[in-house]
Design a protein around this ligand. Structure first.
Ligand code: ADP
Ligand code: MG
Ligand code: MG
Length: 252
């Protein structure tokens, strides 16, 4: 599904990603961990096509297409979804209207007719249950004045509506209390199937007790320096990152 090869990216002339290699297949869950400032959010942003980042080397293939050639909105239409660490607020646009437009753009891209109002509402009602989101939030301006937890739930709700093939969740767990964490994770798990894939960026092993990864990768100084299974996350929780820094010290 996703094939990242030797990806290098800069921001403001500073090299942040220094040769990322990652293969994600349909049906898989990958977790990306690593110390602060390693480039995790940068990787997510580059995949989503945020224009502050300049790709200087390497390639990203998504379902056979050159992802880096696509405009951000086309990446979304192709089925890439990014839940940001800090969801944006859009004053004056309700979540409902935002989603109606987003869902219909994806449908148009797939050659499907737009959903009529009744079908759209019934889809909303059904998916709202997944994340136990309050209906009143959906008529308010997108994310404006939402609590941290409400924003994160709303991100997963958007994901439920858009049914992406590849979901990138950047620290969706940070700032969530234990109940919200469970609900957000359950939402992700219900949406997971053999045809889609999830990449979660997290600092905490805790999230991975709910969203169980097939693979865990450690990003450090712009490279994936270690990969393993979910036991690696447990080891990191227990021992921190210093041993990894020592292990890869000479390589970097
Ligand atoms: P992580 O998500 O792993 O904590 P980030 O990808 O957010 O790391 O950041 C990686 C590095 O890139 C950090 O050194 C950070 O200061 C730098 N960086 C990120 N965004 C910007 C920016 N807009 N301008 C300058 N430097 C940035
Ligand atoms: Mg960070
Ligand atoms: Mg980050």
């Amino acid at each position: 599904m996703l094939s990242i090869k030797n990806l290098h990216a800069n921001i403001e002339g500073k090299e942040i990603l220094r040769g990322i290699n990652l293969e994600v297949k349909a049906g898989e869950v990958h977790a990306i961990m690593g110390p602060n400032g390693s480039g995790k959010s940068t990787l997510a942003s580059v995949l989503a096509g945020r224009e502050e980042y300049e790709v200087t080397e390497g390639s990203v293939e998504f379902l056979g297409k050159d992802l880096l050639e696509l405009a951000p909105e086309d990446r979304a239409r192709e089925g890439v979804f990014l839940a940001f660490q800090y969801p944006v607020e859009i004053p004056g646009v309700s979540t409902t209207n935002f989603l109606k437009s987003a869902v219909n753009q994806v449908r148009e891209y797939k050659g499907l007719p737009p959903l009529d109002a009744v079908s759209f509402l019934s889809m909303m009602k059904e998916r709202m249950k997944l994340v136990e989101i309050d209906q009143s939030l959906l008529s308010r301006s997108l994310n404006e004045g939402f609590s941290g937890g409400e924003k994160k739930r709303n991100e997963i709700f958007q994901m439920a509506m858009l049914e992406p093939k590849l979901a990138l969740l950047d620290e969706t767990d940070s700032g969530l209390d234990i109940d919200a964490l469970r609900i957000v994770s359950q939402g992700v798990n219900k949406l997971k199937n053999k045809d889609n894939a999830v990449v979660v960026v997290t600092h905490y092993q805790r999230l991975l007790e709910y969203i169980v990864p097939d693979y865990v990768h450690v990003l450090y100084k712009g490279r994936i320096v270690k990969s393993g299974t979910k036991e690696l996350a447990l080891e990191l929780e227990e021992k921190g990152y210093d041993w990894i820094k020592e292990e890869v010290g000479e390589v970097l």
